[in-house]
Design a protein. Structure first.
Length: 289
């Protein structure tokens, strides 16, 4: 049995596994779990919009492999997009985990030897949805929307309903043609973003103040895994030194730190948190950090 819950309770203040993984109508989350924050840290102000979206997907159940209580020990790996995965030959190892969580538009096709080809969940937001639904996911992969802003939910509803596309409100144009299966789409509970943004990156955060730093999707996925899994491993995390402007940051392209907008994120802060978790054996790193 993994001991993530026991260790996480020591390192994360007010740690709890009592929150739903995904938003769903039956929870009436905006009544039972009122939040002071708006998206991406809470649902304040977006209740009606979320209700219209959840009405589309509410009839679909969570797949058995991620249903709570289904496995005696849920072994998870969060697969990052980092250069460290290139030529790692970790594909077969990654495929053996019960839950494989991938991030944004990180591809699988043509990189199977290094990253595997099993995807249980993919965390994404509209601007990061430029991936091949068939080649980079499995037919039963859960597509988990991380809503950073109300327009993200609007975009997802438009895609699922095949409505007239909206081209404004995004920092980068998301796909306008996208094959989507209603059965596979969920919205991640913003609770995990709040934990990452307050209890990890800004410990002691006053709930009345605006959260200063947005966690990366990778930090969010690790936070989620620590609340959901019994064993948490990571692979492909970490950036080159800030002085190294020419080193690729991804295993699948030649983008460097110069190409990445890091101003909204605390890259160094996240690195320290991950190192702390590794040091305390809360998580294990399959690559180097």
């Amino acid at each position: 049995m993994g001991d993530v819950a026991d260790k996480a309770a020591i390192l994360i203040s007010n740690y709890s596994r009592d929150h739903p993984v995904f938003l769903q109508l039956s929870d009436y989350f905006w009544v039972k779990n009122q939040t002071v924050y708006g998206l991406p840290y809470g649902t304040n102000g977006s209740e009606y919009l979320l209700m219209t979206f959840l009405a589309l997907t509410n009839s679909y159940h969570v797949p058995p492999e991620i249903e709570r209580g289904r496995l005696a020990c849920r072994r998870c790996v969060v697969v990052g997009s980092g250069y460290r995965l290139r030529n790692s030959s970790l594909g077969e190892v990654i495929n053996k985990y019960d839950i494989v969580i991938r991030l944004n538009n990180a591809p699988v096709h043509k990189y199977e030897k290094d990253v595997g080809n099993k995807t249980t969940m993919r965390f994404f937001y509209p601007e990061s949805a430029h991936f091949n639904q068939h080649l980079d996911n499995n037919p039963d992969t859960l597509m988990v929307l991380v809503p950073y802003k109300p327009m993200d939910i609007v975009w997802m509803k438009i895609i699922l309903n095949d409505e007239k596309r909206v081209r404004k409100g995004f920092w980068k144009m998301p796909p306008i043609i996208w094959e989507a299966d209603l059965r596979n789409f969920r919205i991640l509970n913003p609770y995990y973003m709040e934990v990452a943004g307050t209890k990890m990156l800004n410990p002691g955060q006053d709930s009345k103040k605006r959260i200063r730093v947005k966690p990366t999707t990778g930090m969010l996925a690790i936070t989620f895994a620590l609340h959901f899994c019994d064993l948490v491993h990571i692979a492909g995390f970490g950036y080159p030194a800030s002085t190294n402007k020419n080193q690729s940051i991804h295993y699948y392209n030649k983008a460097t730190l110069k190409n990445m907008g890091v101003k909204a994120h605390s890259i160094n802060g996240e690195a320290e948190i991950i190192k702390k978790f590794i040091r305390h054996k809360l998580i294990q790193n399959l690559t180097y950090f």
